[in-house]
Design a protein around this ligand. Structure first.
Ligand SMILES: *[C@@H]1O[C@H](CO)[C@@H](O)[C@H](O)[C@H]1NC(C)=O
Ligand SMILES: *[C@@H]1O[C@H](CO)[C@@H](O)[C@H](O)[C@H]1NC(C)=O
Ligand SMILES: *[C@@H]1O[C@H](CO)[C@@H](O)[C@H](O)[C@H]1NC(C)=O
Ligand SMILES: *[C@@H]1O[C@H](CO)[C@@H](O)[C@H](O)[C@H]1NC(C)=O
Ligand SMILES: *[C@@H]1O[C@H](CO)[C@@H](O)[C@H](O)[C@H]1NC(C)=O
Ligand SMILES: *[C@@H]1O[C@H](CO)[C@@H](O)[C@H](O)[C@H]1NC(C)=O
Ligand SMILES: *[C@@H]1O[C@H](CO)[C@@H](O)[C@H](O)[C@H]1NC(C)=O
Ligand SMILES: *[C@@H]1O[C@H](CO)[C@@H](O)[C@H](O)[C@H]1NC(C)=O
Ligand SMILES: *[C@@H]1O[C@H](CO)[C@@H](O)[C@H](O)[C@H]1NC(C)=O
Length: 496
């Protein structure tokens, strides 16, 4: 009797929760199953539990990303996410992904509006595979749709990238909107190039595979962890030849990172194995030095406009010239803006109470922003030439002469031995404790760069105040004059 009622309860439970139970058998997800951001930490796992599919919450936000990830790694590293064209792939609380009864995989937002869907027909089930591939399949053996065919930023062992696909970087670790960089197969080569947003058209490559021109057919990451370019004639070119880590010992991924570097990462499967720590280590990357990689003719290059690239611990960082600051403090790759009003050829700077001076930045150069080359020329003449030219924003002085540059500056590099950047900046005449030329003389001694920099920073606060009041005045005054002339009674007059 007791046995009977127990099995009744079991039947009842089975009846009440048919989806969650069938969804977990054999790793197959049946038609009609769904996941919601409202049920935290629910996901569809692969049979081994190594990968999962579902929503990941973006750190410290109420935004979620539909994704697949390494489920046994504490950080749950994301390996794939759908990339709806030109929109932010994140969704808000209340969003849902559903494998509909007619076999469509549909992501919809909190209002039920469709955001993205996998375009297929005749699907009988979905499955998260142990390779990290999320598939939609028919009862036959074929996969009708697979995440491996629609990569985002990462390739996994077993995945092949052909010329119809690309990898795209995302903005940052906390922002999955499409970023600046692309990996694609082009004319037989694997190339890395910046893209123009929002159209995604490709700029010049900053890295290109060698010995593959016209002959490469696809980029393969095989199940033993080798990355190579397969050729049309059947041979192959290894990319990661120095790396001997095996997929038996390590989780592996090849990712186009937000900084534009393509890196192969490995993570010990057993946590602390030997000298390996439980974290992702880089075992291979290209380009070797992205800051000095090939120049990109249009677009900003590796860093944003008006900034320069410096390699620190193998990672590119983007710096701003003196008296320039980041356009977006949360994303230093988005470029820099002057903290002063750029020189105008129409107005006399002294009327606004400012004067333009040169600040030095050793080693910086923007090789593609030239508009005039003056050679031979000494440094003093180079400074003067830039100061006297209202178009000149920066001059680069090197042993070969003087190059004048205009805004916005692109392809900035911070480690050029034979270059001194002469940055033209505005300073307020009255706030200067000493003539600007004296400051510059002191600044020539490199060991004094930091104290001088700090002093200039202090001054720049004053300058900014001055500039602001200058702007306010220049906006108010002409308006008043004009309106006085035109009609006696004006808004402007009433305000003053
Ligand atoms: C979901 O996972 C996070 C991180 O592992 C944990 O902090 C949180 O408590 C979990 N939430 C639920 C409802 O289990
Ligand atoms: C789907 O199945 C129907 C009926 O079996 C068939 O006619 C149709 O061609 C299939 N469509 C695809 C895209 O396989
Ligand atoms: C696939 O097979 C399952 C079980 O064998 C069956 O219930 C289902 O109707 C089949 N689906 C299609 C689309 O044929
Ligand atoms: C992500 O970056 C894009 C581009 O910079 C920006 O438009 C968007 O607002 C950012 N999203 C979030 C959630 O910060
Ligand atoms: C295939 O083509 C590459 C590049 O064109 C060449 O180096 C290689 O020798 C060829 N291999 C075979 C087997 O023909
Ligand atoms: C590529 O690497 C694999 C594994 O190390 C090796 O077996 C193969 O010979 C290499 N191929 C070439 C062309 O170097
Ligand atoms: C990882 O650990 C498990 C048990 O702890 C062991 O069976 C397995 O051989 C280990 N694998 C490697 C590659 O060390
Ligand atoms: C996990 O992610 C955080 C933030 O991205 C990072 O600082 C940390 O090193 C990562 N931990 C591991 C073990 O990879
Ligand atoms: C930078 O991020 C912080 C916290 O995420 C946010 O409050 C702030 O508005 C962001 N600033 C900009 C300029 O986007």
């Amino acid at each position: 009797m007791a046995m009977a009622s127990e099995s009744h309860i079991l039947c009842l439970l089975l009846f009440l929760f048919p989806l969650s139970i069938t969804a977990q058998t054999k790793g197959r997800i049946t038609l009609g199953s769904s996941l919601s951001t409202l049920e935290e930490n629910t996901s569809w796992a692969s049979p081994s539990g190594e990968f999962a599919f579902g929503f990941r919450r973006i750190a410290d936000t109420n935004l979620y990303l539909l994704a697949t990830w390494f489920d046994k790694i504490p950080n749950k590293t994301i390996t794939w996410y759908p990339t709806p064209s030109n929109t932010d792939p994140t969704v808000q609380t209340g969003s849902e992904v559903k494998l509909t009864s007619d076999g469509q995989l549909v992501l919809s937002d909190q209002n039920g509006q469709e955001i993205w869907s996998a375009e297929t027909s005749n699907v009988s089930y979905a499955a998260m595979l142990d390779t990290g591939n999320f598939v939609l399949a028919s009862n036959g053996s074929s996969y009708l749709w697979q995440s491996f065919d629609h990569p985002s930023h990462t390739l996994l062992p077993g995945q092949v990238l052909d010329p119809s696909n690309s990898l795209f970087s995302h903005q940052s670790d906390s922002n999955y909107s499409i970023g600046k960089f692309q990996l694609q197969m082009l004319n037989g080569n694997v190339v890395l190039n910046p893209i123009a947003l929002p159209t995604k058209n490709s700029y010049d490559a900053y890295w290109t595979s060698t010995n593959t021109q016209g002959s490469g057919s696809s980029l393969s990451f095989d199940l033993s962890g080798y990355v190579y370019i397969e050729m049309w004639n059947g041979s192959s070119v290894n990319l990661t030849s120095g790396d001997t880590s095996t997929t038996k010992e390590f989780y592996q991924r090849v990712t186009l990172d937000p900084d534009g570097v393509l890196r192969k990462y490995i993570y010990p499967r057993n946590g602390t194995t030997g000298s390996w720590k439980p974290s992702w280590s880089t075992s291979w990357w290209v380009p070797e030095d992205i800051c000095n990689s090939a120049l990109v003719q249009i677009g900003s290059g590796i860093c944003g406009f008006n900034s320069y690239c410096i390699l620190e611990d193998g990672r590119p960082t983007c710096g701003c010239p003196p008296m320039y600051s980041y356009l977006d403090p949360n994303n230093t790759r988005n470029g820099c803006k002057p903290d002063f009003i750029a020189q105008s050829c129409d107005t006399d700077a002294s009327e606004a109470g400012v004067t333009y001076v040169i600040q030095d930045l050793l080693g910086a150069n923007w090789p593609t922003s030239d508009y005039e080359r003056l050679t031979p020329m000494n440094e003093g003449d180079c400074r003067r030439a830039c100061l006297e030219d209202c178009f000149c924003a920066v001059a680069i002085f090197g042993s070969a002469g003087c190059w004048k540059k205009k805004l916005p500056l692109s392809n900035g590099r911070g480690h050029e031995n034979d270059a001194k950047a002469l940055i033209k900046v505005a300073v307020s005449i009255s706030s200067l404790p000493s003539p600007p030329q004296e400051l510059l003389e002191r600044k020539r001694n490199r060991s004094k760069l930091i104290p001088v920099g700090a002093a200039m920073l202090g001054i720049s606060v004053l300058i900014n105040l001055f500039l602001l009041s200058g702007i306010a005045l220049s906006l108010l005054l002409p308006c008043c004059r004009k309106s006085k002339r035109l009609h006696q009674d004006s808004d402007c007059k009433r305000k003053t």
